[in-house]
Design a protein around this ligand. Structure first.
Ligand code: GLN
Length: 500
Protein backbone atom coordinates (compact mmCIF):
# COMPACT_ATOMS: atom_id res chain seq x y z
CA UNK A 1 0.00 0.00 0.00
CA UNK A 2 1.16 3.52 -0.74
CA UNK A 3 0.59 5.78 2.24
CA UNK A 4 2.78 8.78 1.63
CA UNK A 5 0.48 10.33 -0.98
CA UNK A 6 -2.45 10.32 1.44
CA UNK A 7 -3.74 13.20 3.51
CA UNK A 8 -4.15 13.24 7.29
CA UNK A 9 -7.88 12.88 6.71
CA UNK A 10 -7.40 9.75 4.60
CA UNK A 11 -4.79 8.22 6.89
CA UNK A 12 -7.03 8.84 9.88
CA UNK A 13 -9.85 6.93 8.20
CA UNK A 14 -7.47 4.08 7.35
CA UNK A 15 -6.30 3.95 10.98
CA UNK A 16 -9.81 4.01 12.43
CA UNK A 17 -11.03 1.30 10.06
CA UNK A 18 -7.94 -0.81 10.88
CA UNK A 19 -6.63 -0.84 7.29
CA UNK A 20 -3.29 0.13 8.77
CA UNK A 21 -1.84 0.46 12.26
CA UNK A 22 0.04 3.44 13.66
CA UNK A 23 3.10 1.20 14.00
CA UNK A 24 2.91 0.17 10.34
CA UNK A 25 2.62 3.80 9.30
CA UNK A 26 5.55 4.81 11.50
CA UNK A 27 7.71 2.05 10.02
CA UNK A 28 6.65 2.95 6.49
CA UNK A 29 7.66 6.61 6.89
CA UNK A 30 10.86 5.81 8.82
CA UNK A 31 11.86 3.54 5.94
CA UNK A 32 11.19 6.28 3.37
CA UNK A 33 13.18 8.76 5.47
CA UNK A 34 16.13 6.36 5.63
CA UNK A 35 16.20 6.29 1.82
CA UNK A 36 15.99 10.05 1.37
CA UNK A 37 19.32 11.29 2.68
CA UNK A 38 19.85 13.49 -0.39
CA UNK A 39 16.84 15.69 0.49
CA UNK A 40 18.47 16.37 3.89
CA UNK A 41 15.10 17.11 5.45
CA UNK A 42 15.56 15.20 8.72
CA UNK A 43 18.28 16.16 11.17
CA UNK A 44 17.45 13.77 14.00
CA UNK A 45 15.72 10.40 14.13
CA UNK A 46 14.97 8.22 17.16
CA UNK A 47 13.19 5.18 15.73
CA UNK A 48 12.77 3.56 19.11
CA UNK A 49 10.87 6.55 20.50
CA UNK A 50 8.81 6.91 17.31
CA UNK A 51 7.72 3.29 17.53
CA UNK A 52 6.92 3.65 21.22
CA UNK A 53 4.62 6.57 20.41
CA UNK A 54 3.05 4.56 17.58
CA UNK A 55 2.40 1.66 19.95
CA UNK A 56 0.68 4.01 22.35
CA UNK A 57 -1.41 5.39 19.48
CA UNK A 58 -2.45 1.87 18.51
CA UNK A 59 -3.57 1.26 22.08
CA UNK A 60 -5.70 4.42 21.96
CA UNK A 61 -7.17 3.35 18.62
CA UNK A 62 -7.97 -0.11 20.01
CA UNK A 63 -9.73 1.43 23.00
CA UNK A 64 -11.82 3.62 20.68
CA UNK A 65 -10.28 6.72 22.25
CA UNK A 66 -8.65 8.09 19.14
CA UNK A 67 -8.66 11.75 18.09
CA UNK A 68 -8.59 12.84 14.43
CA UNK A 69 -4.80 12.80 14.72
CA UNK A 70 -4.08 9.65 16.73
CA UNK A 71 -1.39 7.62 14.99
CA UNK A 72 -0.70 10.19 12.26
CA UNK A 73 3.05 10.69 11.82
CA UNK A 74 4.41 14.24 12.08
CA UNK A 75 7.80 15.91 11.64
CA UNK A 76 8.72 18.76 13.98
CA UNK A 77 10.76 21.75 12.94
CA UNK A 78 14.02 21.65 14.88
CA UNK A 79 13.12 24.91 16.61
CA UNK A 80 10.64 23.15 18.96
CA UNK A 81 12.38 21.63 21.94
CA UNK A 82 11.92 17.88 22.39
CA UNK A 83 12.86 15.50 25.18
CA UNK A 84 13.55 12.53 22.94
CA UNK A 85 15.24 14.19 20.00
CA UNK A 86 18.05 16.71 19.83
CA UNK A 87 17.06 20.35 19.30
CA UNK A 88 19.64 22.35 17.36
CA UNK A 89 17.65 25.19 15.73
CA UNK A 90 19.96 24.57 12.79
CA UNK A 91 22.94 25.86 14.75
CA UNK A 92 26.32 24.51 15.77
CA UNK A 93 25.89 26.27 19.09
CA UNK A 94 23.13 23.77 19.97
CA UNK A 95 24.47 20.83 18.01
CA UNK A 96 24.28 18.44 20.96
CA UNK A 97 21.44 19.97 22.89
CA UNK A 98 18.68 17.78 24.30
CA UNK A 99 15.88 19.57 26.12
CA UNK A 100 14.55 18.36 29.47
CA UNK A 101 10.97 19.11 28.32
CA UNK A 102 8.76 19.20 25.22
CA UNK A 103 7.57 22.45 23.65
CA UNK A 104 3.86 23.10 24.16
CA UNK A 105 3.16 22.49 20.45
CA UNK A 106 4.99 19.15 20.60
CA UNK A 107 3.16 18.15 23.79
CA UNK A 108 -0.25 19.15 22.45
CA UNK A 109 0.21 17.19 19.23
CA UNK A 110 1.87 14.19 20.85
CA UNK A 111 1.03 11.14 22.98
CA UNK A 112 -1.56 11.66 25.68
CA UNK A 113 -3.08 14.62 23.84
CA UNK A 114 -3.72 14.66 20.04
CA UNK A 115 -1.76 11.40 19.69
CA UNK A 116 0.41 12.20 16.66
CA UNK A 117 3.56 10.13 16.28
CA UNK A 118 6.78 12.13 15.99
CA UNK A 119 9.03 10.92 13.16
CA UNK A 120 11.92 13.18 14.12
CA UNK A 121 13.20 16.70 13.74
CA UNK A 122 13.51 18.57 10.47
CA UNK A 123 16.05 20.98 9.08
CA UNK A 124 15.72 24.77 9.14
CA UNK A 125 17.70 27.93 8.61
CA UNK A 126 19.89 28.67 11.63
CA UNK A 127 17.63 30.12 14.35
CA UNK A 128 14.96 30.50 11.62
CA UNK A 129 16.93 33.26 9.89
CA UNK A 130 16.73 32.84 6.17
CA UNK A 131 14.52 32.27 3.16
CA UNK A 132 16.26 29.28 1.59
CA UNK A 133 17.26 26.81 4.33
CA UNK A 134 20.89 27.30 3.37
CA UNK A 135 22.04 28.80 6.66
CA UNK A 136 21.59 25.53 8.56
CA UNK A 137 24.59 23.97 10.30
CA UNK A 138 23.24 20.63 9.00
CA UNK A 139 23.66 21.81 5.40
CA UNK A 140 20.93 22.87 2.97
CA UNK A 141 17.72 20.94 2.46
CA UNK A 142 16.89 20.27 -1.20
CA UNK A 143 13.60 20.86 -2.95
CA UNK A 144 11.88 17.51 -3.77
CA UNK A 145 10.61 19.03 -7.04
CA UNK A 146 14.19 19.63 -8.21
CA UNK A 147 17.07 18.65 -5.97
CA UNK A 148 19.27 21.42 -7.39
CA UNK A 149 16.93 24.04 -5.91
CA UNK A 150 16.21 25.43 -2.45
CA UNK A 151 13.01 24.44 -0.62
CA UNK A 152 12.59 27.95 0.80
CA UNK A 153 13.03 28.84 4.43
CA UNK A 154 13.21 28.90 7.23
CA UNK A 155 10.85 25.89 7.62
CA UNK A 156 12.45 24.31 4.53
CA UNK A 157 12.90 20.89 6.14
CA UNK A 158 9.22 20.80 7.10
CA UNK A 159 8.03 21.70 3.58
CA UNK A 160 10.47 19.34 1.89
CA UNK A 161 9.53 16.45 4.21
CA UNK A 162 5.85 16.80 3.28
CA UNK A 163 6.53 17.39 -0.45
CA UNK A 164 8.88 14.39 -0.62
CA UNK A 165 6.33 12.13 1.07
CA UNK A 166 8.52 11.62 4.15
CA UNK A 167 5.80 12.83 6.52
CA UNK A 168 2.10 13.52 6.00
CA UNK A 169 2.44 16.76 7.96
CA UNK A 170 4.92 18.93 9.79
CA UNK A 171 5.10 21.85 12.17
CA UNK A 172 6.66 25.13 11.13
CA UNK A 173 7.22 28.61 12.50
CA UNK A 174 6.74 31.90 10.73
CA UNK A 175 8.44 35.13 11.80
CA UNK A 176 8.38 36.82 8.41
CA UNK A 177 7.13 34.13 6.02
CA UNK A 178 8.83 30.92 7.08
CA UNK A 179 5.71 28.75 6.87
CA UNK A 180 4.16 30.34 3.78
CA UNK A 181 7.26 30.76 1.63
CA UNK A 182 8.60 27.16 1.81
CA UNK A 183 5.00 25.88 1.51
CA UNK A 184 4.68 27.86 -1.72
CA UNK A 185 8.07 26.79 -3.07
CA UNK A 186 7.42 23.10 -2.31
CA UNK A 187 3.77 22.94 -3.43
CA UNK A 188 2.14 22.29 -0.05
CA UNK A 189 -0.34 24.13 2.22
CA UNK A 190 0.63 25.99 5.39
CA UNK A 191 -0.91 28.53 7.73
CA UNK A 192 0.55 31.08 10.13
CA UNK A 193 -2.15 31.82 12.70
CA UNK A 194 -2.88 35.15 14.39
CA UNK A 195 0.01 36.15 16.68
CA UNK A 196 -0.57 34.63 20.11
CA UNK A 197 -2.96 31.91 18.96
CA UNK A 198 -0.42 29.08 19.31
CA UNK A 199 1.89 28.86 22.31
CA UNK A 200 5.53 29.85 21.87
CA UNK A 201 6.54 27.92 25.01
CA UNK A 202 9.51 25.75 24.09
CA UNK A 203 9.85 27.28 20.65
CA UNK A 204 13.36 28.70 20.43
CA UNK A 205 12.87 32.45 20.07
CA UNK A 206 14.03 34.37 17.03
CA UNK A 207 11.97 37.61 17.15
CA UNK A 208 9.43 37.12 19.93
CA UNK A 209 6.92 39.77 18.82
CA UNK A 210 6.69 38.16 15.36
CA UNK A 211 7.23 34.39 15.89
CA UNK A 212 4.21 32.15 15.46
CA UNK A 213 3.88 28.38 14.95
CA UNK A 214 1.56 26.69 12.51
CA UNK A 215 0.83 23.48 10.59
CA UNK A 216 2.18 22.49 7.17
CA UNK A 217 0.44 19.69 5.25
CA UNK A 218 -0.94 18.74 1.86
CA UNK A 219 -4.35 20.34 2.19
CA UNK A 220 -6.19 23.15 3.94
CA UNK A 221 -8.38 20.53 5.59
CA UNK A 222 -5.33 18.82 7.11
CA UNK A 223 -4.02 22.17 8.34
CA UNK A 224 -7.40 22.85 9.99
CA UNK A 225 -7.36 19.47 11.73
CA UNK A 226 -3.84 20.10 13.04
CA UNK A 227 -4.52 23.70 14.04
CA UNK A 228 -7.42 22.45 16.18
CA UNK A 229 -4.87 20.56 18.25
CA UNK A 230 -2.17 23.26 18.26
CA UNK A 231 -4.15 26.40 19.10
CA UNK A 232 -5.19 27.54 22.54
CA UNK A 233 -4.23 29.61 25.53
CA UNK A 234 -1.07 28.64 27.38
CA UNK A 235 -0.34 30.34 30.71
CA UNK A 236 3.33 29.40 30.21
CA UNK A 237 3.56 31.88 27.30
CA UNK A 238 2.79 35.44 28.36
CA UNK A 239 1.93 36.45 24.78
CA UNK A 240 -0.50 33.57 24.34
CA UNK A 241 -4.05 34.83 23.93
CA UNK A 242 -6.60 33.99 26.57
CA UNK A 243 -9.39 33.40 24.12
CA UNK A 244 -11.64 30.38 23.62
CA UNK A 245 -10.50 27.86 21.02
CA UNK A 246 -12.64 27.21 18.00
CA UNK A 247 -13.16 24.40 15.54
CA UNK A 248 -11.15 25.35 12.47
CA UNK A 249 -12.86 22.66 10.39
CA UNK A 250 -16.34 24.04 11.04
CA UNK A 251 -16.57 26.12 7.86
CA UNK A 252 -14.97 23.60 5.50
CA UNK A 253 -17.30 22.70 2.66
CA UNK A 254 -19.78 25.44 3.62
CA UNK A 255 -20.67 28.25 1.25
CA UNK A 256 -19.51 31.74 2.22
CA UNK A 257 -23.04 32.89 2.97
CA UNK A 258 -24.04 29.58 4.53
CA UNK A 259 -26.87 29.31 2.02
CA UNK A 260 -27.23 27.24 -1.15
CA UNK A 261 -25.49 28.69 -4.21
CA UNK A 262 -21.99 29.39 -5.47
CA UNK A 263 -19.45 28.55 -2.74
CA UNK A 264 -17.75 31.95 -2.63
CA UNK A 265 -20.71 34.21 -3.35
CA UNK A 266 -20.60 37.14 -0.94
CA UNK A 267 -16.82 36.93 -0.43
CA UNK A 268 -14.87 40.09 -1.23
CA UNK A 269 -11.26 39.33 -2.15
CA UNK A 270 -8.93 42.32 -1.87
CA UNK A 271 -6.08 42.57 -4.36
CA UNK A 272 -3.38 44.95 -3.12
CA UNK A 273 -1.84 46.75 -6.06
CA UNK A 274 1.55 46.72 -4.33
CA UNK A 275 1.54 42.90 -4.49
CA UNK A 276 1.26 42.84 -8.29
CA UNK A 277 3.94 45.38 -9.19
CA UNK A 278 7.19 45.15 -11.16
CA UNK A 279 9.05 42.86 -8.78
CA UNK A 280 6.66 39.98 -9.40
CA UNK A 281 7.86 37.50 -12.02
CA UNK A 282 5.52 36.78 -14.93
CA UNK A 283 5.13 33.05 -14.23
CA UNK A 284 4.14 33.56 -10.58
CA UNK A 285 1.77 36.38 -11.57
CA UNK A 286 0.05 34.10 -14.10
CA UNK A 287 -0.49 31.28 -11.59
CA UNK A 288 -1.78 33.63 -8.87
CA UNK A 289 -4.07 35.47 -11.30
CA UNK A 290 -5.58 32.23 -12.54
CA UNK A 291 -6.36 31.25 -8.96
CA UNK A 292 -8.08 34.62 -8.52
CA UNK A 293 -10.07 33.96 -11.72
CA UNK A 294 -11.12 30.66 -10.19
CA UNK A 295 -12.29 32.47 -7.03
CA UNK A 296 -14.42 34.70 -9.28
CA UNK A 297 -15.91 31.67 -11.06
CA UNK A 298 -16.83 30.37 -7.64
CA UNK A 299 -18.74 33.57 -6.92
CA UNK A 300 -16.18 35.83 -5.21
CA UNK A 301 -15.99 39.51 -5.99
CA UNK A 302 -12.52 41.06 -6.38
CA UNK A 303 -11.84 44.57 -5.15
CA UNK A 304 -8.68 46.66 -5.52
CA UNK A 305 -7.06 47.59 -2.20
CA UNK A 306 -3.81 49.25 -1.25
CA UNK A 307 -1.13 48.40 1.29
CA UNK A 308 0.96 51.51 0.67
CA UNK A 309 3.81 50.69 3.07
CA UNK A 310 4.57 47.25 1.61
CA UNK A 311 8.00 48.35 0.40
CA UNK A 312 8.89 49.60 3.88
CA UNK A 313 8.10 46.22 5.43
CA UNK A 314 11.60 45.05 4.46
CA UNK A 315 13.63 47.75 6.24
CA UNK A 316 11.18 47.76 9.16
CA UNK A 317 11.34 43.98 9.61
CA UNK A 318 15.11 43.86 9.13
CA UNK A 319 15.53 46.39 11.94
CA UNK A 320 13.01 44.90 14.39
CA UNK A 321 13.68 41.18 13.89
CA UNK A 322 17.49 41.51 14.35
CA UNK A 323 16.93 43.80 17.37
CA UNK A 324 14.83 41.13 19.07
CA UNK A 325 17.17 38.37 17.88
CA UNK A 326 20.26 40.07 19.31
CA UNK A 327 18.57 40.12 22.68
CA UNK A 328 17.08 36.58 22.47
CA UNK A 329 20.35 35.03 21.34
CA UNK A 330 22.36 36.51 24.21
CA UNK A 331 21.39 33.42 26.24
CA UNK A 332 23.68 31.30 24.07
CA UNK A 333 26.93 32.09 25.81
CA UNK A 334 28.62 28.74 26.26
CA UNK A 335 27.65 28.60 29.93
CA UNK A 336 24.10 27.37 30.21
CA UNK A 337 23.78 25.13 27.22
CA UNK A 338 25.28 24.28 23.88
CA UNK A 339 28.72 24.65 22.43
CA UNK A 340 31.58 25.95 24.58
CA UNK A 341 34.99 26.79 23.12
CA UNK A 342 37.59 24.29 24.24
CA UNK A 343 40.27 26.92 24.86
CA UNK A 344 39.93 30.38 26.39
CA UNK A 345 41.73 32.70 28.78
CA UNK A 346 38.98 34.19 30.94
CA UNK A 347 35.19 34.39 31.13
CA UNK A 348 34.85 37.13 28.52
CA UNK A 349 37.14 35.27 26.17
CA UNK A 350 35.07 32.12 26.70
CA UNK A 351 31.85 33.97 25.72
CA UNK A 352 33.54 35.45 22.68
CA UNK A 353 35.06 32.24 21.43
CA UNK A 354 31.99 30.08 22.13
CA UNK A 355 29.73 32.49 20.26
CA UNK A 356 32.20 33.07 17.41
CA UNK A 357 32.58 29.34 16.89
CA UNK A 358 28.94 28.45 17.52
CA UNK A 359 27.02 30.93 15.36
CA UNK A 360 26.99 30.98 11.57
CA UNK A 361 27.53 34.10 9.50
CA UNK A 362 23.87 35.08 8.95
CA UNK A 363 23.17 34.88 12.68
CA UNK A 364 26.26 36.96 13.46
CA UNK A 365 25.22 39.54 10.88
CA UNK A 366 21.81 39.90 12.51
CA UNK A 367 23.18 40.05 16.07
CA UNK A 368 25.43 42.91 14.95
CA UNK A 369 22.61 44.75 13.15
CA UNK A 370 20.36 44.25 16.17
CA UNK A 371 22.94 45.48 18.66
CA UNK A 372 23.61 48.49 16.44
CA UNK A 373 19.99 49.59 16.01
CA UNK A 374 19.38 49.27 19.74
CA UNK A 375 22.49 51.14 20.76
CA UNK A 376 22.48 54.54 22.40
CA UNK A 377 22.21 57.27 19.78
CA UNK A 378 20.72 55.01 17.11
CA UNK A 379 17.71 53.66 18.99
CA UNK A 380 15.45 56.58 18.03
CA UNK A 381 16.66 56.72 14.46
CA UNK A 382 16.16 53.04 13.71
CA UNK A 383 14.32 50.97 16.29
CA UNK A 384 11.74 53.54 17.36
CA UNK A 385 11.11 54.66 13.79
CA UNK A 386 10.63 51.07 12.68
CA UNK A 387 8.14 50.50 15.51
CA UNK A 388 6.17 53.55 14.37
CA UNK A 389 5.99 52.33 10.78
CA UNK A 390 5.00 48.89 12.04
CA UNK A 391 1.94 50.51 13.60
CA UNK A 392 1.06 52.19 10.28
CA UNK A 393 1.46 48.89 8.42
CA UNK A 394 -1.03 47.28 10.83
CA UNK A 395 -3.44 50.19 10.31
CA UNK A 396 -3.15 49.90 6.51
CA UNK A 397 -4.46 46.35 6.76
CA UNK A 398 -7.43 47.53 8.83
CA UNK A 399 -8.20 50.12 6.14
CA UNK A 400 -8.05 47.39 3.49
CA UNK A 401 -10.31 45.09 5.51
CA UNK A 402 -13.03 47.74 5.38
CA UNK A 403 -13.32 46.96 1.68
CA UNK A 404 -12.65 43.22 1.64
CA UNK A 405 -12.85 40.05 3.73
CA UNK A 406 -9.64 38.34 2.63
CA UNK A 407 -6.56 39.68 0.85
CA UNK A 408 -4.99 37.56 -1.91
CA UNK A 409 -1.64 37.84 -3.63
CA UNK A 410 1.62 36.04 -4.27
CA UNK A 411 3.73 34.50 -1.49
CA UNK A 412 7.12 35.00 -3.10
CA UNK A 413 8.20 36.96 -6.19
CA UNK A 414 9.68 33.91 -7.96
CA UNK A 415 9.64 30.11 -7.88
CA UNK A 416 12.39 28.30 -5.93
CA UNK A 417 15.87 29.35 -7.01
CA UNK A 418 19.01 27.25 -7.39
CA UNK A 419 20.99 26.25 -4.31
CA UNK A 420 23.80 28.73 -3.71
CA UNK A 421 22.29 31.39 -5.98
CA UNK A 422 21.68 34.01 -3.29
CA UNK A 423 23.73 32.93 -0.27
CA UNK A 424 26.42 35.51 -0.87
CA UNK A 425 23.93 38.36 -1.36
CA UNK A 426 21.86 38.81 1.81
CA UNK A 427 20.02 41.88 0.48
CA UNK A 428 18.73 39.88 -2.49
CA UNK A 429 17.64 37.17 -0.06
CA UNK A 430 15.78 39.70 2.14
CA UNK A 431 13.85 41.01 -0.90
CA UNK A 432 12.26 37.55 -1.30
CA UNK A 433 10.22 38.36 1.82
CA UNK A 434 8.44 41.42 0.40
CA UNK A 435 4.96 39.85 0.35
CA UNK A 436 5.17 37.86 3.58
CA UNK A 437 6.63 40.24 6.18
CA UNK A 438 3.70 42.65 6.65
CA UNK A 439 1.21 40.11 8.08
CA UNK A 440 3.75 39.25 10.79
CA UNK A 441 4.40 42.92 11.54
CA UNK A 442 0.63 43.34 11.93
CA UNK A 443 0.14 39.99 13.75
CA UNK A 444 -2.40 38.79 11.18
CA UNK A 445 -3.12 35.20 10.09
CA UNK A 446 -1.95 34.28 6.59
CA UNK A 447 -1.55 31.12 4.57
CA UNK A 448 -0.21 29.66 1.35
CA UNK A 449 -2.01 27.15 -0.87
CA UNK A 450 -0.69 25.59 -4.10
CA UNK A 451 -2.11 27.35 -7.19
CA UNK A 452 -0.09 26.12 -10.15
CA UNK A 453 3.38 25.90 -11.60
CA UNK A 454 5.81 28.48 -12.86
CA UNK A 455 9.20 28.45 -14.56
CA UNK A 456 10.78 24.99 -14.96
CA UNK A 457 7.68 23.30 -13.56
CA UNK A 458 8.27 24.58 -10.05
CA UNK A 459 5.28 25.02 -7.69
CA UNK A 460 3.64 28.38 -6.94
CA UNK A 461 1.44 29.21 -3.95
CA UNK A 462 -1.20 31.87 -3.49
CA UNK A 463 -1.13 33.86 -0.25
CA UNK A 464 -4.36 34.53 1.62
CA UNK A 465 -4.29 37.08 4.44
CA UNK A 466 -7.19 37.54 6.84
CA UNK A 467 -8.09 39.82 9.72
CA UNK A 468 -7.32 38.77 13.31
CA UNK A 469 -8.75 35.34 14.22
CA UNK A 470 -10.04 34.63 10.71
CA UNK A 471 -8.11 31.33 10.39
CA UNK A 472 -11.35 29.37 9.88
CA UNK A 473 -12.35 31.67 6.99
CA UNK A 474 -8.91 31.47 5.35
CA UNK A 475 -9.06 27.68 5.55
CA UNK A 476 -12.64 27.72 4.25
CA UNK A 477 -11.57 29.66 1.15
CA UNK A 478 -8.49 27.48 0.55
CA UNK A 479 -10.53 24.31 1.04
CA UNK A 480 -13.24 25.50 -1.37
CA UNK A 481 -10.49 26.19 -3.93
CA UNK A 482 -8.94 22.76 -3.32
CA UNK A 483 -12.31 21.10 -3.95
CA UNK A 484 -12.35 22.70 -7.41
CA UNK A 485 -8.68 22.36 -8.38
CA UNK A 486 -6.02 19.69 -8.02
CA UNK A 487 -2.77 21.64 -7.66
CA UNK A 488 -2.46 20.44 -4.06
CA UNK A 489 -2.57 16.83 -5.28
CA UNK A 490 0.40 17.12 -7.65
CA UNK A 491 3.22 14.85 -6.53
CA UNK A 492 6.84 15.96 -6.55
CA UNK A 493 9.17 13.69 -8.58
CA UNK A 494 10.67 12.57 -5.28
CA UNK A 495 7.31 11.55 -3.81
CA UNK A 496 6.43 9.75 -7.05
CA UNK A 497 9.21 7.27 -6.36
CA UNK A 498 6.50 5.07 -4.89
CA UNK A 499 6.05 3.00 -1.75
CA UNK A 500 8.72 1.10 0.09
N1 GLN B 1 13.16 35.21 5.75
C1 GLN B 1 12.82 35.89 6.94
C2 GLN B 1 14.05 36.05 7.80
O1 GLN B 1 15.08 35.64 7.39
C3 GLN B 1 11.73 35.20 7.68
C4 GLN B 1 12.17 34.01 8.45
C5 GLN B 1 11.10 33.44 9.31
O2 GLN B 1 9.91 33.64 9.10
N2 GLN B 1 11.53 32.72 10.33
O3 GLN B 1 14.04 36.56 8.87
Amino acid sequence: MIWHTQTIKELSEALQSKKVSAQELANYFLERISQSAQVNAFVDINAEQTLLQAKEADAQLAKGQATALTGIPVAHKDVFVTKHWKTTAGSKILSNYVSPFDAQVVAKLGPGQAGMVCLGKVNMDEFAMGSSNESSYAGPTQNPWDLSRVPGGSSGGSAAAVAAGLAPAATGTDTGGSIRQPASLCGITGIKPTYGRVSRYGMIAYASSLDQAGPMAKTAEDCAIMLNAMAGHDPKDSTSLDRATEDYTRLLGKTWTGEAGLPLKGLRVGLPKEYFGDGLSADVRLAVESAIDQFKKMGAECVPVSLPKTELSIPVYYVLAPAEASSNLSRFDGVRYGHRASQYTDLLDMYKRSRSEGFGSEVKRRIMIGAYVLSHGYYDAYYLKAQRIRRIIAQDFQNAFEKCDIIAGPVAPTVAGKLGEKVSDPTQMYLEDIYTLSPNLAGLPAMSAPCGFGADGMPVGIQLIGNYFSEAQLLQLAHAYQLETNWHQAQSPFAKKGGV
